[in-house]
Design a protein around this ligand. Structure first.
Ligand SMILES: Cc1ncc(COP(=O)(O)O)c(C=O)c1O
Length: 383
């Protein structure tokens, strides 16, 4: 008898015993500020749709237009016949906006990160990653042939101490950390990376669209240009997919050798068409970033004196409660009061730091933030 069945059962039982079992809910309008579940309506503070584009009618129309021109699917991987004018235009819009020579498209941020690290790293390399980097980066680093060391979160001194003076170093950090909503010290990281003749990769999944005057993200805000920038389209762009921005030669190299690029069906051209539209919306519709800033200030005003409040300059507002069981109870109590929040527990975050991951979007209203704060205070008071 193969061990799979017993392995599956014991893993599920152990997760349950730790109170860490996750579930999937069928929701309607999960991409809007009011979602529906089981016949009830909830204010949604869980999505990553920071700019409120995921259900924007103009963007939906652009996708429909793309469908009528290009049809449903790309039909093949990019190197076969899957690469269209829509893909090429999206790449051009991204390179022009973000100031790189090349943009290589991927079906998701997860695959972009894996493709990048697997393709770039060799055995003699030393990969230095912030210890809170996303699972896609950590897993790719662990499985890559390179040696990987993790530096303490946002700790440039610790990062500096890890360079060994001889290896080929690659430093990888997120621009905005997904579970903490804080920003990497990109100026200091760039300085130390350059001083050690290393390359820097910034995964700006949560910063692109949200930070910087034109929405160019963490790097625009910090005025730095890492060798490689990863942007994803599943958050502020309201869609899905990702791009790796880099110089000409690195782009050619990824195009030739990144297996997730060569051996995977290209994103539908209609999606690339709509994403090009989204790039313009993100750049031009500055009111969305201004609205987020206003809501963020109001959130702070409502909750800053409550234990667990964490100040951030991004729409990600972690509310750290500690114990997994307690965070689940608080989330349930909020749910009874019509607020949809996600409880984030280990292994996604370190033990003892279970939290509510509250996210604001440009579609929320101040009244909704007020309702959230009242429900949260009531839930915490009842503990
Ligand atoms: C920092 C970071 N990078 C990459 C990803 C993966 O992106 P995608 O959802 O497009 O696969 C995520 C997703 O949550 C993320 O938070």
């Amino acid at each position: 008898m193969p061990a799979f069945k017993s392995r599956i059962e014991s893993s599920l039982a152990s997760r349950k015993a730790q109170g860490l079992t996750r579930s999937m809910n069928v929701v309607f309008a999960g991409n809007q500020s009011i979602l529906e579940h089981d016949g009830k309506r909830y204010i949604n503070f869980s999505s990553n749709d920071y700019l409120g584009l995921a259900n924007d009618q103009v963007l939906t129309h652009a996708w429909q237009q793309g469908l009528s021109v290009y049809g449903s699917g790309s039909g093949a991987s990019p190197m076969v016949t899957g690469f269209s004018a829509a893909h090429s235009n999206l790449e051009a819009a991204l390179t022009e906006w973000l100031g790189y020579e090349r943009a290589i498209l991927f079906g998701s941020g997860f695959s972009a990160n894996q493709a990048l690290l697997f393709t770039l790293l060799e055995k003699s390399d030393l990969l230095l990653q912030d210890r809170l980097n996303h699972a896609s980066l950590m897993e790719a680093g662990t499985l890559s042939p390179a040696k990987m060391k993790r530096f303490k979160h946002n700790d440039v001194e610790h990062l500096t101490s890890l360079f060994d003076g001889e290896s080929n170093h690659l430093v990888v950090t997120e621009g905005v950390f997904s579970m903490d909503g804080d920003c990497a010290p990109l100026n200091a990281i760039t300085d130390v990376t350059q001083a050690n003749k290393a390359w820097l990769v910034v995964d700006d999944a949560h910063g692109i669209g949200v930070l910087g005057k034109s929405g160019g993200g963490s790097c625009e805000l910090a005025n730095v240009k890492p060798e490689i920038l990863v942007v994803t389209f599943g958050k502020a762009f309201g869609m899905s997919g990702a791009a790796v921005l880099c110089d000409q030669a690195t782009g050619d190299f990824l195009m030739q050798f990144a297996r997730h690029h060569v051996y995977s069906t290209a994103m539908p051209p209609a999606q690339a068409y709509a994403l090009t539209h989204a790039v313009t919306m993100v750049q031009e519709q500055t009111w969305r970033r201004e609205k987020l800033a206003e809501l963020s200030a109001y959130y702070q005003e409502c909750l800053q004196n409550v234990d667990g409040f964490t100040q951030t300059t991004t729409p990600i507002k972690p509310f750290v409660i500690g114990e997994s069981q307690k965070v689940v109870q608080v989330a349930k109590s909020c749910r009874r009061n019509g607020i949809w929040l996600t409880a984030i527990r280990p292994p996604t975050v370190p033990k003892g730091t279970s939290r509510l991951r509250i996210t604001l979007t440009a579609n929320h209203t101040k009244e909704q933030v007020k309702t959230l704060s009242l429900a949260l205070k009531q839930a915490l008071g009842a503990q």
